[in-house]
Design a protein around this ligand. Structure first.
Ligand SMILES: N[C@@H](CCC(=O)N[C@@H](CS)C(=O)NCC(=O)O)C(=O)O
Length: 206
């Protein structure tokens, strides 16, 4: 049975959302967002970095939400949640799919993570220059997404794909941080479309 190590509200939402969209049988191993648990001996045996998500697929352990997404699609997807026709590795459609699978983690989550950490600090301990820089970088990423979403319902066209799962989690976090506003009408409409998907709601509630 595919095991998914999950902490509510974190990047493991992406993995739960994906398996729910694909209808894959799985067991969710839920943990609290507690350093003592995530960096305790039991979980460090699964992921020596103490981070989620991690999956255990019949003894094969894999980390990194983007890699997990590609692995599960390749193993169980049969072309579902990929652009159609299924893009050939080495072709431009595949390249564009990879760009939008990885941009959300590689470019967006850095500044968003900085802002989450700064917001957790008492106001007098926040570093204004760090916050301003992260808000600026997140703003650039949001403007890029808004432009890309102006002409289509989903990030790669009319159809929902796994790239929307990777991106939707990051944009939802940006929204929680108050960064999505009137400058991002296409992102707002896109988030409303994604939030209407039962699998996203279930993953967020888990
Ligand atoms: N690039 C990794 C990042 C994983 C990550 O940083 N996860 C956070 C939760 S959103 C975490 O486990 N933090 C706990 C820690 O670093 O101790 C991925 O996409 O899976």
């Amino acid at each position: 049975m595919l095991k998914i190590y999950h902490v509510s509200g974190t990047r493991s939402v992406r993995t739960l959302w994906l398996v729910k969209e694909l209808g894959l049988a799985h067991e969710t191993v839920a943990m609290p967002f507690d350093h003592a648990v995530m960096h305790g001996p039991d979980y460090l045996r699964v992921n020596p970095l103490g981070k989620v998500p991690a999956i255990d697929d019949d003894g094969f352990v894999l980390t990194e939400s983007g890699a997990i997404t590609q692995y599960l699609l390749a193993k169980f997807g049969e072309g579902r949640l990929e652009p159609s026709p299924r893009p050939q590795p080495g072709g431009s459609e595949h390249g564009r799919f990879l760009q939008w699978l990885h941009f959300p983690e590689a470019t967006m989550m850095g500044p968003l993570g900085t802002l989450v950490r700064q917001h957790r600090l008492p106001e007098d301990r926040r570093d204004r220059a760090t916050v301003d820089h992260a808000v600026g970088k997140a703003g650039e990423a949001l403007a890029f997404c808004d432009l890309a979403l102006r002409s289509s319902d989903h990030i790669l066209g009319p159809a929902f794909t796994a790239a929307d799962i990777m991106l939707g989690y990051s944009l939802s976090l940006a929204d929680q941080l108050g960064l999505v506003d009137d400058r991002h009408p296409s992102v707002r409409a896109y988030l409303a479309r994604l939030r209407a998907r039962p699998a996203f709601g279930e993953a967020l509630a888990a």
